[in-house]
Each structure stands twice: as C-alpha cells, then as structure tokens.
Design a protein around this ligand. Structure first.
Ligand SMILES: [Zn+2]
Length: 155
C-alpha cells in the first residue's frame, strides 16, 4: 500500500498549537452584536455589515463568511414560533383570514428583522471560534486565495 501525500493546505503542527477558543462565549458575544474576541467592540458597522476590525481590540472580523446562513436560521426560528401559534389559533378559534393575516404578517416581519442581526453575530462568532476561513491566523493568506481561485476556474 502506498502512502498518501498531504496537500499543502492541510492541518499543520502550527495550527494545532493555537489556543482553543470558547465557542459558546464567542456565539453569546456575537448574539449581543459584540466582538467575539473581546466582547466589548461592536461587530456591525451597519445593520448587517460586519465591521472590518473590532473598534476595541482590533480583531480582524473581515474573514467571516456568514453568507445566507443567518437568514436560513431566522426562517427556521421564526417558522417554529409562528406556525404552531397559527395552528393552535386556527384549531381553537378559527378567526377570519383577514384578522389572521393582520397579526401573522407584521409579527413575522418584525421578529425576522429583530433576529437577523443577533443571529448573524452568533454565526460570525462561531466561525471566529472555530478559526474558519481567514480566522485561522496560522494559515497563510495565499492558501485560501488559491483555493478560491481554483473554485472560480471550475465554475
Ligand atoms: Zn474586540
């Protein structure tokens, strides 16, 4: 049996030596829209725009790749609140459709907008804690850029 050669962008002893980050603490800080590293600086510079750096500790936050995950999570959370309420009200009281829409639509919109920012903050905190994407400072920047370039060529 021949031995496999490892590609250059795999786990190295330098990566293993990095201190572990507390995932729950980082996610809780992100949920409060605070920097996952220090818990003090703001994580967002606009409603859903993540700041490039923490204003307090200077941690580089531009490496996040939250993409659509926060929106999917908000849909799951809000759906699990609205749908059981709608089923319960319909089963027990059967109010008019207009009355139901007058309650469900604004509640769905408001709760989605309220949850989107904290959920995105938690996702960024999770990625930071697991050193995903560019948050792994032991990994040279050109490795990830090379990976992205290859993926672009394949498309
Ligand atoms: Zn910070």
């Amino acid at each position: 049996m021949e031995s496999r050669t490892m590609p250059a962008a795999t786990w190295t002893p330098a990566t293993q030596a990095l201190p572990k980050r507390d995932v729950w603490q980082a996610m809780a800080r992100g949920l409060r829209c605070r920097c996952p590293n220090c818990g003090e600086g703001k994580i967002f510079r606009a409603f859903l725009k993540v700041a490039d750096n923490c204003s307090v500790c200077g941690e580089n936050l531009s490496h996040h790749r939250a993409d659509d995950l926060p929106a999917y999570l908000v849909i799951v959370i809000v759906g699990h609140i609205i749908v059981p309420i709608a089923l319960w009200i319909e089963t027990n009281y059967a109010p008019s459709m207009l009355l139901q829409l007058a309650f469900y639509l604004p509640f769905t919109l408001a709760s989605s907008l309220l949850l989107l920012q904290p959920v995105k903050g938690a996702v960024v905190g999770l990625q930071w804690a697991f050193r995903m994407h560019g948050f792994d400072e032991s990994r040279p920047a050109d490795v990830e850029e090379g990976t992205i370039a290859k993926l672009t060529v394949v498309k």
